[in-house]
Design a protein around this ligand. Structure first.
Ligand code: PLP
Length: 375
């Protein structure tokens, strides 16, 4: 929890069951202790308290049932002390991120020429990716409006009411009005007709979800694209689409390769995906990829040169661990081009997610329409 609460009389001290002369008097819970204690005692006390947490291997309730291959653990431990921000110090790590971005962009059919590199960034998760994608849409819309001499102070974004909380956060933090398409009995995702109906000249983008948080269902991105195509032709607004593929981005390309939801659709300009939603990647990794360089306004990219060379960055945080990049890469490599390998981690993830989605669907108000129904 981000916000802490005030200590009550009963919980001002840590009640450790660990017997040692170092803990003869209770350790304060919310204040720095007066005296130091040996590291072994500190370890024991903290470890004892952590035993009250749930066991991630038994966590079937959320998206983050986590286990990784022992080889990934080894790679992660080998790089746990690197700070990603020092790109000059850790050029191979930067290269790994770039490879992942390119693999994902190709997987999502970004229109890249043979020698062209993809535009994207590794993030802490889909939430950060969505903040960045949203900012890019807002800035592009503002630039267009300014160039046309029109007001640019009332941006809005269209989503379904089933949207994950990070979209509400984006809207509130970055002052964009969130216009939600209401759900209705028996239909628990964004209705494409209603969504495009709500688009106006101030709409920075329509955000479609591939894998709704409520029931795992895919929204009909192709239909939204086709309707927007018509509307954009009539209005000249050029309203784009972002696909929140946090949960579906590593499912759809493998289970439903014919389903058009990604950069095959011309109005899809950016896509986010979580690395950690599939059970076989530890939390802390997401991705945002843009269709082309033009879809990410240059002024949002900061060029720093603290260590000598130019380092372009587009992230919310400066410092960050690198271990998740190293952990995720074996999954991508193992899977190989164009699909998961025989026992690749991507394949595991797909299977793992299939199980997770099954669990989610079963909990929904009624069995969700499967993706086939949307084609
Ligand atoms: C559709 C959707 N978008 C975004 C997110 C946020 O993802 P993350 O936890 O990676 O920040 C979630 C998480 O549940 C989600 O289901």
């Amino acid at each position: 929890m981000v916000l802490s609460r005030a200590a009550s009389d009963t919980d001002v001290s840590v009640h450790s069951t660990f017997a040692s002369r170092y803990v003869r008097s209770s350790l304060p819970r919310y204040r720095m202790p007066e005296n130091s204690i040996p590291k072994e005692a500190a370890y024991q006390i903290i470890n004892d308290e952590l035993m009250l947490d749930g066991n991630p291997r038994l966590n079937l309730a959320s998206f983050v049932t986590t286990w990784m291959e022992p080889e990934c653990d080894k790679l992660i431990m080998a790089s746990i002390n690197k700070n990603y921000v020092d790109m000059d110090e850790y050029p191979v790590t930067t290269e790994f991120q770039n490879r992942c971005v390119n693999m994902i962009a190709h997987l999502f059919h970004a229109p890249l020429g043979e020698s062209e590199t993809a535009v994207g960034v590794g993030t802490v998760g889909s939430s950060e990716a969505i903040m960045l994608a949203g900012l890019a849409f807002k800035r592009r819309w503002q630039n267009k409006r300014k160039a046309e001499g029109k007001p640019f102070d009332k941006p809005n974004i269209i989503t379904g009411a089933n949207v994950q909380v990070c979209w509400e956060k984006f809207a509130r933090y970055f002052e964009v009005e969130l216009k939600e398409v209401k759900l209705r009995e028996g239909y628990y995702v964004m209705d494409p007709e209603q969504a495009v109906e709500m688009v106006d000249e101030n709409t920075i983008c329509v955000a479609a979800i591939l894998g709704s948080t409520l029931n795992g269902e895919f929204e009909d991105v192709k239909r939204i694209n086709d309707l927007l195509e018509e509307k954009n032709k009539q209005t000249g607004w050029e309203t784009p689409i972002h696909v929140d593929a946090a949960s579906g981005g590593f499912i759809a390309p493998f289970l439903y390769p014919e389903l058009e939801w990604d950069f095959r659709l011309p109005w899809v300009k950016s896509i986010n995906v979580s690395g950690h939603k599939y059970g076989l990647v530890y939390p802390g990794i997401g991705w945002c990829v843009w269709r082309t360089k033009e879809d990410l306004p240059d002024e949002l990219i900061f060029h720093i040169n603290y260590l000598g060379s130019d380092q372009p960055t587009f992230t919310l945080n400066f410092s960050k661990g690198v271990q998740e990049h190293h952990g995720e890469l074996p999954g991508e490599r193992h899977g190989g081009e164009g699909g998961p390998g025989e026992d690749g981690a991507l394949q595991h993830r797909v299977q793992g997610r299939g199980r997770a989605a099954g669990g989610l669907l079963a909990q929904g108000p009624q069995p969700a329409r499967r993706v086939r129904d949307l084609r």
